[in-house]
Design a protein. Structure first.
Length: 226
């Protein structure tokens, strides 16, 4: 895969410093993956296509050249937050993940890459005190989009967006409205080379989310909104 060429097709230009950061990120990911479960994909082309490029396809839904605040929920090994921060250093990023080992890895990445205006928080999304603090909230490959909606929509500012990255979804027709949102667009595209389909949902926050959301995770999981 010609990473630079494919990234340029998204309208993104990466200078040598940014390319060097992606290289360091790849090396850290592969090295730490030997001792902890970060990803099942470790070959160079796979990581650059299925993690780095895939993360940056969010530009199909939003202009990240703006000075915005972004929260990535359940970021895992840092996708899409870290690739977005490398490509768009202007954005202010908060990463939330429930597994402390992943947060420790992400803090290492942040330090080694010299990234600023980015922090990684060890917490569950339903427990963080950051209601309606972010212009953009992202999540990637959640098992149930309706669970993701309840965890993420409360964090989005009015007129901000929740941008979940999904392969497929079973979206409850009332869930978005219940949480104060409106589905503006469903963006479909294929990854280059392997031609696998991806989807990004562009959900705008148009009303305040009721204080009772999000519920405790046990309740969310047992009875997701539909």
């Amino acid at each position: 895969m010609d990473f630079i060429k494919e990234i340029e097709s998204l309208g993104i230009t990466l200078d040598n410093d940014k390319l060097d950061k992606f290289e360091k990120y790849f090396n850290l990911l592969v090295e730490y993956n030997k001792v902890m479960n970060l990803t099942g994909i470790t070959d160079r082309d796979g990581v650059f296509l299925k993690h780095f490029y895939d993360s940056l396809t969010l530009v199909k839904a939003y202009d990240f050249n703006k000075d915005i605040s972004l929260c990535d929920v359940g970021s895992g090994a840092g996708f899409p937050a870290i690739p977005l921060k490398i490509a768009f250093p202007n954005i202010n990023v908060t990463i939330v993940d429930s597994l402390n080992k992943r947060i420790e890895f992400l803090n290492t990445v942040i330090k080694e890459l010299g990234l600023t205006n980015i922090k990684a928080i060890h917490a569950r999304a339903e427990e963080v005190d950051m209601k309606e603090k972010f212009d953009i909230v992202t999540s990637r490959a959640l098992a149930d989009i309706n669970i993701g909606l309840e965890l993420c929509m409360p964090l989005v500012k009015i007129d901000g967006f929740y941008l979940p990255m999904v392969v497929s979804h079973d979206l409850g027709k009332n869930t978005i409205k219940t949480l104060g949102g409106k589905l503006e667009e469903e963006i479909k595209f294929n990854l280059p080379i392997e031609n696998s389909e991806r989807k990004i949902l562009k959900i705008k926050k148009i009303e305040h989310t009721l204080d009772k959301y999000p519920r405790a995770f046990s309740q969310i999981k047992k009875k997701p909104l539909r």
